[in-house]
Unconditional design. Structure first.
Lengths: 264, 336
């Protein structure tokens, strides 16, 4: 009967607050990503190289809103880097699934929501590295013109906005087999970046392209993060674009996570 | 099949009608908490029936082995107890609640068969990571001592041997100080030494009165460690009893002899013969008293080339997990 009375105590055990979310786990997840040199190279070095190769001396003297064309390009490339970082962070989940880690997590109290939150925040830390690197290089070359406040505000906007693609990475990671997911993800992000106007501003697109571009996932986000620099008319369509795509990615990821353990 | 006893008692050989009142009490009754209760559970994956009508009651403190060949439905049953997969039909209760809720409270943990580890964390980091996911957790150093991995805390998981990784999974499973601990083929792919170390670590822990359920296809593991063995074959429980009862089932020996134009009925008539099988000129006779049967065969028939072999646990296992032979075993029981 001792067993039974001990049991009576055990049955009253609490469930973890916040579904098992923990800052220690977040710290360990970031440490894992920092150990992955390839990921760090693509998230931080590649955007810097892109920025340095895409910029043109002609941009320096073209004014846009409260700054110049180089500042516009800086923000675009920072967004590209941040999005790459967050999406890659999300995709790591696919590798974890292949390892059986998500199955292991399902025998602990952590909830899908807490798990996704930890994964997104991890990606955010790496994205901060990507944005920081590009912005530092932008400062160093001394050709980027925009008020200090705009530097800071756009940096924060890019960072927060890139979370959209953290969910995208999670979803894609769950959807595709792990061996070729990184390649496909790179292609998709390149395509979305081009279509969304990160490499060539959407304003210079022909009309037909423009119509399509408006429905692609990075278009709204790109316009939004440039708004503090460009100013002018604000379009709620940009916000709608972000909200809808983000919602689709989160739903998709949660749906796949739930189905994750069903064996065939 | 008389062998299939769905009652929560250990006893396999007694008649099911012996104590219906007790059976009832264990299943539904009173205030006693049941660790695991499966009622008529089915699970199919497409056209594959992985679990077909399992009834099982596991009481607190039991050490139970699911024994059966690969693909018998052991992992599917464990997945259902853990809430990792939903049964297609039937009811599952773990400490009276849904499996997922029991896990959220840290009442249940498991060492799973496949993978489940991040290669780019150290052993110590992995245990710390997992400890954070529970509302209440034992200290990281304590579980690492108990699983005997304290010495490799700084090693990357990817560089650990199979046995070390398995002890790491064991340490992780100990963190919530669970009431019920499940192991799915815990020593698969380990060398002899790894298996011994692993069971040693578990044996040390089992003295604390935890309910332990493990799946294995190693007979000796089930025999050495479990006090209740549940045979599973083709998604069904085909036998359920103590290790001793399983051994009793496996008692007796087999005579193989060459005997042209043998007559099954007259062979059956020899005292002590349980079963007769005729394959061409070869007869295979199972008996509890092979000496007497051999004497009769050599004296009274033209039998030659006699071979007498004991029927080990391995044979009982094969017999029980094979569709056709349990019938014979059941007949033999009934005739005693």
């Amino acid at each position: 009967m001792t067993t039974q009375s001990n049991l009576a105590v055990a049955l009253r055990r609490p469930v973890p607050p916040m579904g098992g979310f923990s800052l220690t786990v977040l710290r360990l997840e970031v440490r894992r990503l920092l150990r992955n040199r390839l990921t760090m190279f693509f998230a931080i070095v590649v955007p810097v190289i892109f920025f340095l190769s895409f910029r043109s001396s002609a941009y320096v003297h073209q004014r846009i809103g409260r700054g110049n064309e180089t500042a516009f390009e800086l923000i675009s490339i920072a967004l590209f880097g941040a999005v790459f970082a967050t999406a890659t962070g999300g995709v790591m989940v696919s590798i974890e699934r292949a390892l059986g880690w998500s199955r292991q997590l399902r025998v602990t109290p952590i909830t899908p929501a807490a798990y996704i939150a930890i994964k997104m925040l991890t990606s955010l830390v790496i994205a901060a590295g990507a944005v920081g690197a590009v912005y530092l290089v932008g400062l160093a070359i001394n050709q980027v013109l925009m008020p200090t406040a705009v530097w800071i505000i756009t940096g924060i906007c890019v960072l927060i906005g890139s979370l959209l693609f953290s969910a995208f990475g999670l979803f894609i990671g769950y959807l595709l087999p792990s061996e070729n997911v990184t390649g496909i993800l790179s292609l998709v992000i390149m395509f979305c970046s081009a279509a969304g106007g990160l490499f060539i501003p959407a304003g210079s697109f022909p009309h037909t392209y423009m119509v399509v571009a408006e429905f692609t996932p990075l278009y709204g986000l790109n316009e939004l993060v440039h708004y503090p620099l460009v100013g002018g008319a604000f379009a709620w369509l940009w916000v709608l674009n972000c909200v809808i795509w983000f919602g689709l990615f989160v739903l998709g990821a949660a749906w796949k996570f739930r189905r994750d353990t069903d064996r065939v | 099949m008389a062998l299939r006893i769905a009652a929560p008692k250990y006893v396999m050989v007694t008649m099911p009608s012996s104590s219906p009142a007790i059976v009832q009490a264990f299943e539904d009754g009173g205030n006693e908490v049941i660790a695991v209760q499966l009622r008529d559970v089915y699970k199919s994956f497409g056209s594959v029936q992985a679990v077909s009508g399992v009834d099982l009651t596991i009481r607190p403190g039991e050490i139970l082995a699911f024994l059966g060949p690969n693909g018998a439905g052991k992992t599917s049953t464990i997945d259902i107890i853990l809430g990792l997969s939903q049964p297609s039909a039937g009811d599952v209760k773990v400490y009276g609640m849904k499996p997922r809720h029991a896990i959220a409270k840290g009442l249940v943990s498991a060492v799973l068969q496949t993978g489940g580890l991040l290669k780019d964390l150290t052993v110590g980091e992995t245990v710390t990571y997992t400890s954070q996911l529970f509302a209440v957790s034992r200290p990281v150093t304590e579980v690492m001592e108990r699983a005997d991995i304290a010495g490799i805390s700084d090693r990357m998981v990817g560089k650990c041997s199979g046995g070390e990784q398995q002890r790491l999974r064991f340490a992780m499973a100990l963190l919530p100080d669970p009431e019920l601990l499940l192991f799915d083929e815990p020593t698969q792919g380990m060398d002899v030494e790894g298996r011994r170390d692993f069971w040693q670590a578990i044996r040390g822990d089992a003295e604390r009165g935890r309910t332990i359920v493990f799946a294995t296809h190693y007979l000796e593991e089930a025999d050495a460690f479990a006090d209740r063995i549940v045979f599973i074959s083709k998604g069904r429980i085909v036998a359920d009893g103590t290790a001793a009862e399983v051994k009793a089932l496996a008692s007796g020996r087999t005579i193989r002899a060459t005997l042209p134009s043998a007559d099954a009925l007259s062979l059956h008539a020899i005292p002590g013969v349980d079963q007769v099988e005729i394959r061409g000129e070869t007869v295979v006779i199972h008996s509890g008293d092979t000496d007497a049967v051999a004497r009769r065969l050599l004296n009274d028939t033209s039998a030659r080339d006699l071979e007498i072999t004991s029927r080990g646990l391995e044979d009982a296992f094969i017999a029980l997990t094979n569709d056709s032979i349990p019938e014979f075993a059941a007949d033999r029981r009934a005739s005693q």
